[in-house]
Design a protein around this ligand. Structure first.
Ligand SMILES: Cc1cc2nc3c(=O)[nH]c(=O)nc-3n(C[C@H](O)[C@H](O)[C@H](O)COP(=O)(O)OP(=O)(O)OC[C@H]3O[C@@H](n4cnc5c(N)ncnc54)[C@H](O)[C@@H]3O)c2cc1C
Length: 466
């Protein structure tokens, strides 16, 4: 069977690798000039750094097993996490259940209530029981308004904005709490996190090497412009070189027998490839664009696709010459500050990996219409600096040696209540065409582990249909 895969992120590469193990012919097309998708890295003065902060939890067993299978287990570094919350001009430590009890902005009764409710959520096994509720209504009811307004509310608003925060399903909070509790040896101990020293991308580069050794191809800088459908069946992909503006290494174009023909249109060369099956790991809006112009696609299916919504992630990465705080993960629960978190990567791994420099990701989840999303790099930096001073009054612009901006559209799917009833299936109405993306991760929140899981699942599904 010949299978085309759109996207060389965790899902696409895992699917290709699994299909290759069973002897199938696979071609992966990736529009970026690198593999790894959302978990890819860039070169920071000779070291590799993720474009967006990344770590693994102890419960991320699918990706941990994959790393071990790739014979790379030794790169996984296990470290204690350190979590804080900036609230009302002060940083509060939030590393364990005991720290909750010291969160003085709310009364001791409400702190105990917050702790007990968190513990209770961690003990709920069947998430379907709370799926009917939005996090806003459930948490206000059981944890109380003051705990909600000081703790959960800012977190939900930060991640989903004013537009969506009160629509998010309680299951999303359930998934977050379960992942974090599963990353501790017991409910009262410190959370452990894992980072692959040398960066996440090396996992995806090794997968790429193995896929090529299986005799298959991973073609970077190749943008899929159309999924070709005939008589309700997928028959191939139309592909062209990614724009040169995405400064990239030379594309590795696979010229096999499957290449049907090439044509040129305003200097863009389109190539069509025949496939028996296609797996799309791109976001749902991109998937929708790739199929929408074709008469074989039912309008009702396109409407379903159009209902899927996401937030974009905007990261300002600062390379600084002094540590900013002692926390790896600092939640910002202060609505006067225009970002939601500061992730100090070098409080999880040693700054010696980056020539002694410290790395901060200043994170935001925004809609594309948001003013901050549209700001240029230097304007965003100027906007953020005064707020960094509120958190650390000793911070000074001269700490900053370098800065980078990175935006990921379609980063965080909007997961409302009763999401299981609207989640898109992997099978599509088009025979041989499969959708496999982060909106289908549920009840857990999206993450590299779950994309590896999806990749394995979709490979099995495609082979089963053979
Ligand atoms: C800011 C941020 C922080 C995160 N932190 C963590 C973390 O700490 N831990 C963790 O495990 N996960 C984290 N994640 C989530 C994790 O990175 C993703 O869930 C995972 O990498 C998704 O993998 P994927 O293969 O499903 O999708 P993607 O990585 O999005 O891969 C899809 C690929 O398809 C390509 N593509 C799209 N359209 C086309 C086209 N037309 N033609 C060809 N190629 C196309 C894209 O370029 C992309 O490479 C984070 C994500 C973000 C944005």
């Amino acid at each position: 069977m010949k299978i085309g895969i759109i996207g060389a992120g965790a899902a696409g590469l895992t699917a290709a690798y699994e299909l290759g193990k069973k002897g199938h012919e696979v071609v992966v097309f990736e529009r970026a000039p690198f593999v790894g998708g959302q978990a890819s890295t860039f070169d920071l003065n000779g070291s590799k750094l993720e474009r967006g902060y990344h770590h693994l939890f102890l419960s991320d067993v699918d990706i941990i097993d994959l790393v071990k299978e790739l014979d790379m287990g030794e790169i996984l570094q296990y470290s204690d996490s350190s979590v804080g919350t900036f609230y009302d001009k002060k940083i509060y430590k939030f590393g364990s259940s005991w720290d909750l009890l010291k969160f003085s902005p709310i009364s001791i009764v409400n702190r105990i209530r917050l702790g007990l409710v968190t513990l209770f959520i961690s003990m709920i096994k069947d998430w379907k029981k709370i799926e009917n509720f939005t996090a806003d209504e459930w948490l206000r009811k059981y944890a109380g308004n003051s705990a909600y307004d000081a703790f959960w509310g800012p977190m939900l608003k930060g991640k989903f904005g004013e537009q969506y925060f009160n629509q998010i399903g309680m299951t999303w909070i359930w998934g977050k709490i379960h992942t974090r509790f599963a990353s501790r040896s017991n409910k009262f101990s410190k959370e452990k996190l894992i980072y692959p020293i040398g960066g996440f991308e090396q996992i995806f580069e090794k997968l790429t090497t193995l896929i090529r050794k299986q005799g298959n191809s991973v073609n970077i800088s190749q943008n899929v412009s159309k999924i070709i459908i005939q008589n309700q069946k997928v028959i191939g992909l139309e592909v062209h070189d990614s724009p040169a503006s995405w400064s990239s290494p030379q594309p590795l174009v696979n010229k096999s027998d499957d290449q049907i023909y090439s044509h040129s249109n305003s200097n863009i060369k389109f190539t069509k490839y025949k496939f028996d099956s296609v797996i799309a790991t791109c976001s749902t809006p991109v998937f929708s664009q790739l199929i929408e112009a074709q008469i074989d696609v039912k309008r009702s299916y396109l409407t379903k696709l159009k209902n899927v919504e996401y937030m974009s992630a905007v990261m300002l990465i600062l390379v600084i010459n002094k540590p900013f705080s002692k926390y790896y993960w600092l939640n910002i629960a202060d609505s006067s500050i225009p970002f939601v978190g500061i992730i100090e990567h070098t409080n999880l791994v040693s700054s010696s990996l980056y020539g002694g420099k410290h790395i901060l990701y200043i994170t935001n989840y925004l809609t594309k219409e948001n003013r901050l999303y549209k700001l240029e790099h230097k304007d965003l930096l100027s906007e953020y600096i005064p707020h960094l001073l509120k958190i650390n009054p000793e911070f000074d612009g001269s700490f900053i040696e370098d800065s980078y901006i990175h935006k990921v559209d379609y980063a965080q799917p909007i997961v409302g209540s009763n999401y299981s009833k609207i989640i898109l299936e992997h099978n599509t109405p088009i025979k041989g065409l499969y959708l496999c993306n982060t909106t289908q991760v549920y009840p857990e929140d999206r993450g590299t582990n779950y994309s590896v899981q999806l990749g394995k699942k979709i490979a099995a599904k495609v082979m089963e249909k053979q």
